[in-house]
Every structure is written in structure tokens, then in C-alpha cells.
Design a protein around this ligand. Structure first.
Ligand code: BTN
Length: 252
């Protein structure tokens, strides 16, 4: 069988840089609906007036300090059942990028990127579905680079971790390189490789922690994810499976 591969280095080939926008994800969605972008186009902004986060939250970022961007990904034939792989590949791309700066990060399931328990990056992926396939995906990433003051929020940045200021362009270039490697694994159907790489990054994996589900709080141990991207938590001898919004971490 012919194995397809990601067209060479699509991420970052076309870059749209805005000084300000409501949300790079909104801008990307508009470009997509007007067919004005390619596979891999990156929309970067210095500031967002309405940066969006997960669960309807807003994403705050000091003007000009951090990476605020959305990538457009147009998969060839990616079933909607594999949408969690976009989360896996994006999280791993951010971790690989941070690794280039010698920062060790973890993923708080499903897609919060943490350094010693503090959030350094967030991901908001919005898919357009046609039939059973993902026709296009907007991959929004907020990665804290040079912001040093987060008031009371449990957050950090590359600058805070390394006590230095960094070029956002350099971080962006590293991120594009990592996206090109990790998304190639999606295109090549290397789901198992992605899954085990992602599992290895999971925050609190293998440690007893306190969690809460609809029945109350309990002590359990994260052991990985299943092939659908659900979180697997071992509670005594039982293995429980959780989807998004079905479990809360109590300790962080
Ligand atoms: C989260 O809540 O953790 C996800 C945050 C995602 C923020 C990024 S910033 C660039 C892109 N545009 C948005 O409006 N949101 C994402």
C-alpha cells in the first residue's frame, strides 16, 4: 500500500502576521470559509482582543510578549474518530519545541502544557467535519514566551523558566519544525507511535492523585489513554475511562 506523507514542511510555509485581531482561530476560520489559505498556513497575532480558550474561557496574553497563533491543517482523509490525534500531535510539538530550549514540560490531559505544574501553553483545536472526515482543522496555540508577570494565575513562560528573553520568531520556527515532524505521523497513520509518545508526557501519570468525577472525589492513578483518546485511571483494581469534562484533577 502506498504510504502518503505530509507535503514537505507545510507548517509555516505561508505566514500571516497581524498586529491585532479578535482571535487567530476566528480569523483562520474566516480564511477557510473563503478558501483563502493553504494546508499549513499560520496566522500569528501580537495581540488578541478576544482570545478564546477551552470550555468557553478567554485566553489572556500581554501584548507582543507571547506566541498567539493558529495553524490550518487540511488532512487528506482523516476520520473524525481520529480527531484526538490532532491533540496528541500538537501537544507533542509544543513539548518538542520547549525541549529545544531545555525546558521539560508535561501534558495535563487532554491538552494543557505544564512546567512544574504551571501552565506554559494552551491549545484550542476546532475541526470542520464533512461526513465522517475532518475536512479542515484550526489548531490554535497560545505559548507563553516573554511574559513574566501572570498575577495570581498558575502560569509560566519560557522567559520565566530560563531568566532570559527569547525571540518569538525563533520559537515559532522551532514549533513549525516540530509540527512538520509530528503531523507527518498522523498522515502516515502512525497512531500507536503517537499514542505512546503522548502517554509518556502525561502529568501525574503513574502517581496516586486525587480526582473528582460525577460520583465524588477519589484517589487514582493515571495509566494512559485508550485508542479513542479517553483518559484511563486506575482506582484500586478497576480501570476507569473518562472523556472530556468527566473528570477533574483536585490537586492542581
Ligand atoms: C486553553 O484554554 O488552554 C486554550 C488556549 C488557546 C489560546 C490560543 S491563542 C491563539 C488561538 N486563538 C484563540 O482565540 N485561542 C487560541
Amino acid at each position: 500500500m502506498k504510504q502518503s506523507s505530509l507535503e514537505m514542511n507545510v507548517f509555516g510555509k505561508e505566514i500571516i502576521h497581524l498586529s491585532s485581531v479578535d482571535s487567530t482561530n476566528n480569523f483562520a476560520a474566516t480564511l477557510l470559509s473563503n478558501q483563502l489559505c493553504q494546508n499549513g498556513t499560520a496566522i500569528l497575532a501580537d495581540a488578541q482582543s478576544f482570545g478564546r480558550g477551552q470550555r468557553g474561557n478567554t485566553w489572556q496574553s500581554e501584548n507582543g510578549k507571547n506566541l498567539l497563533l493558529s495553524f490550518i491543517f487540511k488532512p487528506d482523509n482523516l476520520s473524525v474518530q481520529r480527531q484526538h490525534e490532532l491533540t496528541w500531535a500538537t501537544s507533542l510539538s509544543i513539548l518538542k519545541t520547549l525541549g529545544k530550549f531545555n525546558i521539560h514540560a508535561e501534558v495535563k490531559w487532554p491538552n494543557d502544557v505544564l512546567v512544574y505544574g504551571k501552565k506554559i501553553a494552551g491549545i484550542l483545536i476546532e475541526n470542520q467535519i464533512t461526513g465522517d472526515s475532518i475536512s479542515s482543522s484550526v489548531i490554535g496555540i497560545g505559548l507563553n514566551v516573554n511574559q513574566t508577570d501572570f498575577s495570581s494565575i498558575q502560569a509560566t513562560s519560557i522567559s520565566n523558566e530560563l531568566n532570559n528573553q527569547y525571540s518569538k520568531e525563533l520559537v515559532f520556527q522551532e514549533l513549525c519544525d516540530s509540527m512538520n515532524v509530528l503531523f507527518d505521523q498522523i498522515v502516515k497513520n502512525e497512531s500507536d507511535i503517537l499514542k505512546s509518545a503522548y502517554e509518556n508526557t502525561l502529568f501525574q501519570k503513574g502517581k496516586i492523585g486525587q480526582y473528582e468525577d460525577q460520583l465524588g472525589t477519589f484517589d487514582g492513578k493515571i495509566i494512559g489513554v485508550d485508542e479513542n483518546g479517553f483518559l484511563l485511571v486506575k482506582v484500586e483494581k478497576e480501570i476507569r475511562t473518562y472523556g472530556i469534562k468527566e473528570i477533574r484533577y483536585c490537586s492542581k
